[in-house]
Design a protein around this ligand. Sequence first.
Ligand code: ZN
Length: 344
Amino acid sequence: MEALVLEKKDVLSLRDIKLDEKLGPHDVRIDLHTVGVCGSDVHYYTHGAIGPFIVREPMVLGHEASGTVTELGSEVENLKVGDRVCMEPGIPDPNSRATRLGIYNLDPAVRFWATPPVHGVLRPSVVHPAAFTFKLPDNISYAEGAMVEPLAVGMHAANKAQIKPGDVAVVMGAGPIGMVTALAALAGGCSQIIMTDVQQPKLELAAKLGPIRPVNVAKENVLEVVNELTDNWGADLVFECSGNERAAAGVFAPLRPGGTVVFVGIPLEPVAYRVAEAQVKEARVENIFRYAHVYPRALALMGSGKIDVKPLITDTFAFKDSVEAFDYCVNMPPTSVKAQIKLA
Ligand code: ZN
């Protein structure tokens, strides 16, 4: 089938690739409709690796996906042919210790789309376990369905934060993950978000999503803004979504005593944060890696209108223009948040 193949670092091609996939009794076959371009896909393209995951053989990219069920395995009961669905891209070993503990996202044996050596889904069809395939509410488009994957990261971060109604949160970084984390935090009960970045157009977009006070840290001091909005008490929660080492080292400054920090963005270099600064505030520090058990709730929030991801979808490309789409994402203008590729 024709797929977007990362041949090696810096080389993408839209070409035929043989992918033999057998439909097991608990699987469904899905025709892909929309696939979002993720920062990780782009990073594999430009660097050929992310940490220990190195592209050694041609690999199909794409993991933020929605589509239509075309075939059912003999034991599948929760879905039917024609269902509009989105898919969790990470399949754990169901018998692993991590999976049995409920932390299946941390299963060392997890097979995650477009993470070497596992192929992604920028291709016409895929076979996937029904247990990791979720029906879209009728009022949710395929494009929104393909946003559930990044939104799931924000949902997981909101869960780890243990938000209480009325919490004030700082979200560092106005990229796609910062945006979906802000949306999840607001849906989870936050009264106010203070969002930081250096790209003014992204901050302006964020300000339209809800009670979000944008702070351009190139021009404004986030501590002053937090102090002003919290009577010098500090923010209840800080979500670090930039992955920037300097930003990540500063997470405790805007935090209130007894507050919680969640590290969401993945810094590629060590972060020099002061443990003493966390200690004097008795800060609770949480970390997340991908997500677990959040797709149904993300879809419920989207279906009920509590979360609207549509403003984040800024660019749409046709499948035949996939290589162009990736080159666009390598040098994405600050006005863009999420680019998607339509296969149907
Ligand atoms: Zn992603």
